[in-house]
Design a protein. Structure first.
Length: 73
């Protein structure tokens, strides 16, 4: 049981280490970005997923929250 809890805590802290939160000039949270195995997910200020950035050999592709490709970054 202890090994499971330690593993769970390690996974939680590993996930937190790859998150970036953005703020406006008044200090209000505007969104966040979290790293995944293939790129990044973006979230709004309430935690709802707004899109995905997937890394390719020539840069990043942006997808909306439904998985539709938007534009190349």
């Amino acid at each position: 049981m202890k090994k499971f809890l330690v593993l769970l805590l390690m996974l939680f802290f590993a996930n937190v280490a790859f998150a970036v939160t953005s703020y406006d000039r008044y200090g209000q949270k505007t969104g966040s970005y979290r790293q995944t195995t293939s790129g990044y997910n973006s979230y709004d200020r309430y935690g709802s997923k707004t899109g995905t950035y997937k890394e390719t050999s020539s840069g990043y592709n942006k997808y909306d929250k439904y998985g539709q490709k938007n534009w190349k970054l």
